[in-house]
Design a protein around this ligand. Structure first.
Ligand SMILES: [Cu+2]
Length: 156
């Protein structure tokens, strides 16, 4: 079978690219430990309000300017709302839902997750600037979805 010279070049180029891609992926996964977000943390949606940490929602200090913000997203509200956070704080959001799928988007930041009932959905973000941040539900969750929002105030 005759293969044109240029086709051979493209074939070799493609194989080299594939090898580079798989090497980068392998090193990233096995040597650097990069893995997809884990959904291993589960909570019974029927018992959210009785199960720690969701039995005590709010901002909890866990270290030097390090906090955990425990939140329940429920039709059509975030509990607690209007949270104040000190500037420079590293905050880990722990969010769950006792009813349906909600969204948790901190507008203007990379914090954007789906709040799946039965799962403890978490993300960490450091607030470097003061100001007001809007939290929106961006998954349609019912008739009051458009009202489902709250704010985070980052203060000095
Ligand atoms: Cu919604």
């Amino acid at each position: 079978m005759h293969i044109h010279k240029l086709e051979k070049y493209w074939l070799v180029f493609g194989i080299i690219l594939l090898a580079v891609f798989l090497t980068v992926l392998g090193v990233s996964a096995f040597a650097a430990g990069n893995q997809p977000a884990s959904d291993a943390d589960l909570v019974d949606p029927a018992k959210v309000h009785q199960t720690a940490p969701f039995d005590n929602p709010g901002l909890h200090k866990i270290g030097d300017n390090e906090y955990e913000l425990v939140m329940v997203a429920q039709a059509f509200t975030f509990t607690p709302g209007n949270v104040e956070i000190p500037k420079g704080a590293k905050v880990t959001f722990l969010v769950t839902s006792p009813d349906v799928v909600h969204g948790f988007q901190l507008v203007g930041t990379p914090v954007n997750m789906m709040v799946v009932p039965g799962h403890i959905n978490s993300l960490t973000y450091t607030f470097k600037e003061t100001g007001e941040f809007l939290i929106l539900c961006n998954e349609y969750c019912g008739t009051g979805h458009h009202m489902m929002a709250t704010k985070i105030k980052v203060v000095e």
